[in-house]
Design a protein around this ligand. Sequence first.
Ligand SMILES: Nc1ncnc2c1ncn2[C@@H]1O[C@H](COP(=O)(O)OP(=O)(O)OP(=O)(O)O)[C@@H](O)[C@H]1O
Ligand SMILES: [Mg+2]
Length: 251
Amino acid sequence: MLSIRGISKSFGALQALKDVSFEVKQGQIHGVIGPNGSGKTTLFNCISGHLRPESGAVLLGERVITGLAPHAIANLGVRRTFQAGKVVNSLTVLENVMAGVFEFRGRDYWETFFRLPGRRSRREKEIEERARESLAAVGLEKDSERLGVDLVWAQRQFVQIARAMVARPRVMLLDEPNSGMGARDTERIEEVIRAVRDLGITVVVISHDVRMLMGLSDWVTVLNFGRTIAAGRPEAVQKDPQVLEAYLGAE
Ligand SMILES: Nc1ncnc2c1ncn2[C@@H]1O[C@H](COP(=O)(O)OP(=O)(O)OP(=O)(O)O)[C@@H](O)[C@H]1O
Ligand SMILES: [Mg+2]
């Protein structure tokens, strides 16, 4: 479904990714782990078009998507969430999710769109229905009229997932969806991620939470200093000496 082939990316003298390659199979949950600064978010940015790698390619199915703009990649069916929990503060939860149906655009566009009178077309009502379904899937159906600004950290992550889900993507990239969350919200995140997978959406998930990631993933890729140091089924990766030394041993 998604092929990462020899991706390298530097920031000045710092090489954040060095020849990273792996395959994400359709319908799977693919976990990416690695210590702080190991290049996980940079990898997502290279997939989503927010950064352009110096070398290597990303393929969606047979199609090379490297070098395309973020909105073009989003429109091909690759949707993502951000580690910092991006939502538009001045829009409601429902509006934030509805905005996910369309191609990626700046927040100013959405603020104008939702404030324009007479824009409530039939298409928009359909999108609203879908957005409400996505909100129900993440357990936020009762919060649809709240403003983005009033959401707490965990809710922002759930809104982002609903926003990605509403577009019915082929691939969803989740960057630390449970960072800073307690055990209860983490359990809900796990349920939501499995539900997304069960909709037929391929999921790539980054997390610091080794326990969650190992329990959730069909396949795991481990990054350390921008390199892939291990890849495989969670049971195998957990026993890999390099992984134990680089990451799990430090837990
Ligand atoms: N835009 C940028 N400019 C300069 N350096 C960057 C930039 N983005 C990332 N880096 C550096 O690249 C390295 C990899 O960063 P990245 O954010 O990909 O790591 P990460 O694995 O996501 O870390 P974390 O677990 O903290 O989220 C880090 O050393 C980081 O400081
Ligand atoms: Mg990161």
